[in-house]
Design a protein. Structure first.
Length: 326
């Protein structure tokens, strides 16, 4: 029987599907109750007030001493051998070259078990037609490389991403060093200032990554690999990003009754969120937005927001700025 026939039979058999689902649920219940993960959650509540350093120290100690990674992998492998249609309950984190499972996810800390594919890395390099970019995540991270894969990393540095970040002052990134990965090697990374890329690898790279949003910069920032100059940025704050998407939806729906919400969001602590709110506010109801645009141009704490607000006033509301002649 070929694999296609086996899958077709499974899809026709509701009892088999329910059995696979129940087996997956059983594994999920077992893994969620692992004492080591429960202890990590309890300890995290205690140390998170100490900031990113304390949280990452806790995570690194957990990865090195708990043995839970092997226990989780053992349970998943056994379940997969018993049932080819087993699906792990963990959320998935993936990219062009990486796939992984999020083993632990709390507001102050996430742990991901991931594999970087040597074939995918080589294919991406071979197929690349445009320029590459270097991304500085803005977040604090720690990596424990279970299998280094014989990889060589290049390490890069850029001006620190802080609350007052501006494109004009972003400067350029610079090459720092190369690192040859060994099995079991650790790497702490402050994504507000440092990043790495895999230059080459002989085999797949297997690692556990710990990441915390505590003390994060407001943005993740991209630099061009060739010119080493700033090319773009995006928010590191998930709640702010979701709110901006909702404001866009309200504008598209022409919900002028939501004007009070737009006014509220103009007080966001994130400078990029304030300007995005203003853009949507102007598109929704320019008359209601105009007084706030004037305030933004005169006194927003961020220099680039003040500047672009002033430019918008000059270009779109020039007549309103002229003094009355009588």
């Amino acid at each position: 029987m070929i694999a296609g026939e086996e899958l077709a039979a499974w899809l026709r058999d509701r009892d088999s599907q329910l059995g696979s689902a129940e087996a997956a649920a059983k594994v999920a219940r077992r893994l969620r109750r692992l004492p080591a993960l429960e202890r990590l959650a309890d300890a995290l509540e205690t140390v998170r007030h100490g900031g990113a350093d304390a949280v990452l120290a806790l995570a690194e100690n957990f990865i090195a001493t708990s043995g839970v990674i092997g226990e989780v992998l053992g349970a998943l492998v056994a379940a997969s051998r018993a049932d080819p249609y087993f699906r792990p309950h963990f959320d998935v984190a993936s990219s062009e070259v990486q796939s992984g499972l999020i083993l632990f996810d709390r507001p102050a800390l996430s742990l991901t078990l991931a594999v970087m594919s040597a074939d995918a890395i080589a294919a991406k390099r071979a197929e690349r037609k445009g320029g590459a970019s270097l991304t500085f995540s803005g977040r604090r991270m720690a990596f424990h490389f279970i299998q280094g894969g014989g990889a060589t990393l290049s390490l890069w540095e850029a001006p620190r991403i802080e609350a007052g970040f501006t494109a004009d002052a972003s400067g350029g990134c610079r090459f720092v060093d190369r690192l040859h990965l060994e099995d079991g090697q650790k790497l702490d990374l402050d994504g507000r200032r440092f990043t790495f890329i895999v230059e080459e690898t002989e085999r797949d790279i297997v690692f556990v990554g710990a990441e915390t949003p505590l003390g994060a910069g407001p943005l993740s920032v991209e630099y061009d690999w060739k010119t080493r100059r700033f090319i773009g940025a995006s928010s590191t704050d998930e709640a702010s990003s979701r709110t901006q998407m909702m404001l866009t939806l309200l504008r598209i729906m022409e919900r002028r009754d939501a004007v009070p919400l737009f006014r509220e969001m103009l007080r966001s602590e994130h400078f990029y969120a304030r300007w995005q709110t203003m853009r949507e506010f102007l598109a929704l109801d320019a008359g209601a937005a105009l007084p706030h645009l004037r305030e933004m141009a005169a006194g927003d704490p961020h220099c680039e927001v003040r500047g672009v607000a002033a430019q918008t006033l000059d270009r779109l509301f020039a007549e309103e700025q002229l003094p009355c002649l009588s």
